[in-house]
Write a protein that binds this ligand. Structure first.
Ligand SMILES: Nc1ncnc2c1ncn2[C@@H]1O[C@H](COP(=O)(O)OP(=O)(O)OP(=O)(O)O)[C@@H](O)[C@H]1O
Ligand SMILES: [Mg+2]
Length: 250
């Protein structure tokens, strides 16, 4: 799996001004009108790491990812990727820089075929198809079986696999995943956990989750977001899981 995934990725990422951080988010503030949804958030993702952001409904997790991909401009703070300041860049430039995104709810195009949905993922590499399709089909064989079917007929778990596969078509160095376990059956959760575990080391992942056990099982480092602010952070082993569970309880 790791060998396969390493072929999905560029041979050697360009040098970073800050070799410790692939992604650096510094003092980020994001708002909808007067409503501040993300407050003074700083986080780091090192190359090859899986970093989790956990928080209950409305904590600001999706808003944080929108700030990182650039669909929501910041009130304050900055975003560096491989040492480059992307704070003012539009989303397509961030995607081309190597940031892949799997949105909450998957964002697949239900009236297009599975194959066509995957091809849409080629935009960041300017349409260059260089073995990604075969690699995605090896990771997610069901997508090959269903390639000609309309994506809207796929189950929730299959659509999640399609959304991840589509993001991998653009050969990202950082993959942002927004609640990949939401509304899917346990066997597929386990399969997605295995895929993310296989990505670890060759591709960095920033995973947003409400499902704490999944985040703790898979993450190298976790941030807890409450009302738009980071209230805890640390390695899964160092975090007080009882306190976390109560912070995440509705
Ligand atoms: N488009 C929007 N316009 C105004 N307020 C919004 C918008 N999107 C989100 N919000 C508000 O911003 C806050 C953070 O929302 P966000 O969607 O980032 O939370 P979340 O942690 O992703 O929640 P969930 O787990 O339900 O996906 C919430 O109070 C939400 O109501
Ligand atoms: Mg969300």
């Amino acid at each position: 799996m790791t060998a396969l995934l390493s072929r999905l990725l560029p041979a050697s990422p360009p040098p970073s001004a800050d070799p410790g951080a692939l992604l650096a988010v510094d003092h980020l503030d994001l708002a909808y009108g007067q409503s501040r949804a993300v407050r003074n958030v700083s986080l780091r993702v090192a190359p090859g790491q899986v970093v989790c952001v956990v928080g209950r409904n409305g904590a600001g997790k999706t808003t944080l990812l929108k700030g990182i991909i650039g669909s929501l401009g910041p009130r304050a703070g900055r975003i560096l990727f491989e040492g480059r300041d992307l704070t003012g860049s539009p989303p397509y430039q961030r995607a081309r820089a190597g940031i892949g995104y799997v949105p909450q709810g998957r964002g697949i195009f239900p009236h297009l075929s599975v194959y066509e949905n995957l091809l849409i993922g080629l935009e960041p590499v300017r349409g260059r198809l260089d073995g990604q399709l075969e690699q995605v089909f090896t990771l997610f064989p069901v997508l090959k079986e269903m390639a000609r079917r309309t994506a809207g007929v796929l189950s929730g778990g299959q659509q999640q696999q399609l959304a991840i596969g589509r993001a991998l078509m653009g050969r990202p160095r950082l993959l942002l995943l927004d609640e990949p376990t939401e509304g899917i059956q346990p066997s597929i959760v386990q399969q997605i956990e295995e895929v993310i575990a296989g990505l670890k080391g060759s591709l960095a992942v920033l995973l947003v989750e409400q499902f704490l056990d999944f985040a703790l099982a898979i993450g190298d480092y976790c941030y807890v977001l409450e009302s738009g602010q980071v209230t805890f952070e640390g390695t899964p082993g160092s975090l007080d899981t009882a306190a976390l569970r109560s912070a995440l309880a509705v």
